[in-house]
Each structure stands twice: as structure tokens, then as C-alpha cells.
Design a protein around this ligand. Structure first.
Ligand SMILES: [Zn+2]
Length: 224
């Protein structure tokens, strides 16, 4: 029942299976081209499992049908990730044509990347920053001088603690507190990126970089 879809350019559909594919980069229709069910995901029809390549214009928020904003519902992200994973899992396409299995593998990788980035508050903020046209935090590693001083002092305290677990735990608490406070500031800036000017974007970038410094310190502390 898939004969109406113009797939694979002039080659046309060769079989029921190859007709389930679309060419890369094409936009996804609102209804499934095979079964006409409404598509609630840009990459798969949950009705008939027809797969669609990730559209060039789609970002990870679109992939999970989430509003593009920093404050997301993590439980909703989990739920959509699990549902999509189940629907496009490569095991599901065992015995299907190579092209469809290949697409399922690529979409699974895309899905895992998207989930990893949206799930993590710092990566999510960095992703939104890039989508808003700001330089990636990895391209601009600037950190506020006061954070550098703070990290340097904390590292000195760690050395002076000389393995004293009580002292090291107290330092760990301080670092986690700084980290938490920085995350709150990241949330405020990242949630309003649409109207952010270059200064705000640059401020957000330095906060993201600051968290990385705190994470590095925490990794150097013995586990409590
Ligand atoms: Zn369908």
C-alpha cells in the first residue's frame, strides 16, 4: 500500500521494504506516507514502523517533540526516548533490507546522542547556545577570573588536606555548592536565549566552562 510515495528518486519503489525509506534530508510530512497515520515523531511512524531520515532542519528537541527550551521535563524526555528507541531499534529490522537496517542504526545513534545531550543540563545549555548562533563552549574556553582563583584556592586546600577524608569531603561539599549555584545561573540565561545579546551568550559560555572546572575538581577528590 506504499505505491504513492516517490522514493529513491527515479528508481522508484522496488519492493514493499525499500518503499519504506525516504531520501536523506527531505522534510517529513505530517502524515505517514505509508499508512496515513499522524506522525508524532519526525523519524518513525509508530503505526507501521516506516522510518524517516532525520530532517536537516530538525534539532534534538524536534526529535523528541519537545519545545526548544532549557527547562524540560526529564521524565517526559525519558518516556519519549524509550518509546522511540523501541520503535526504531535495529533488532526490529532484522531480516529487512540493508538500507532500512542502516537507517535504523543511524537513527538509533542520533537518538542516543540527542538523549545524552538533552538529559545533561550543561550539555543542553551548550546545545541551545550553539543553536542560538553562539560560539560553542569548546571553541571559547574563557572562564571568569574569580572562578579560576576559586578553583586554584580549592586545589591548594585539597593538597593541604593531605588525604584527610573529613577535610576533603568538606571541600567536595563546597565545590558541589559552587557547581549547583552555577547551574542555577545557567538555567536563567539558557532559558532566555531567544532574546539574548552577545554579552549574555558569552556569559552563559563562561558559566558552562566554569562547571567543567568544578567537575574536574570533583573528579580529583576521593569518593566519599
Ligand atoms: Zn505509518
Amino acid at each position: 500500500m506504499c505505491t504513492e510515495a516517490p522514493v529513491f528518486g527515479s528508481r522508484g519503489p522496488k519492493s514493499k521494504h525499500t518503499a519504506l525509506m525516504t531520501t536523506p534530508g527531505q522534510t517529513v510530512p505530517s502524515k505517514c506516507l505509508s499508512c496515513h497515520a499522524s506522525l508524532d515523531s519526525p523519524i518513525v511512524c509508530t503505526g507501521c514502523h516506516r522510518l524517516y531520515p532525520m530532517p536537516d532542519s530538525a534539532d534534538y528537541f524536534a526529535l523528541f517533540k519537545l519545545e526548544r527550551r532549557y527547562r524540560i521535563d526529564p521524565a517526559e524526555l525519558d518516556r519519549r526516548f524509550l518509546s522511540l528507541t523501541r520503535n526504531i531499534h535495529p533488532d526490529f529490522f532484522t531480516g529487512k533490507p540493508d538500507e532500512m537496517r542502516g537507517l535504523s542504526v543511524r537513527l538509533t545513534a542520533e537518538l542516543n546522542d540527542g538523549y545524552r545531550i538533552l538529559k545533561d543540563p550543561v550539555l543542553r545549555a551548550g546545545y541551545l547556545l550553539e543553536r542560538a548562533g553562539g560560539a560553542a563552549a569548546a571553541e571559547d574556553r574563557s572562564v571568569p577570573p574569580e572562578v579560576l582563583t576559586q578553583v586554584m584556592l580549592l586545589r591548594e586546600e585539597m593538597e593541604e588536606a593531605d588525604g584527610d577524608l573529613g577535610a576533603l569531603n568538606r571541600i567536595g561539599d563546597q565545590v558541589r555548592e559552587h557547581r549547583e549555584h552555577t547551574l542555577e545561573r545557567i538555567a536563567v540565561l539558557a532559558d532566555d536565549l531567544e532574546s539574548a545579546d552577545e554579552d549574555a551568550k558569552s556569559g552563559l559560555r563562561t558559566l558552562i566552562n566554569s562547571v567543567k572546572y568544578y567537575d574536574k575538581l570533583l573528579a580529583e577528590l576521593p569518593l566519599a
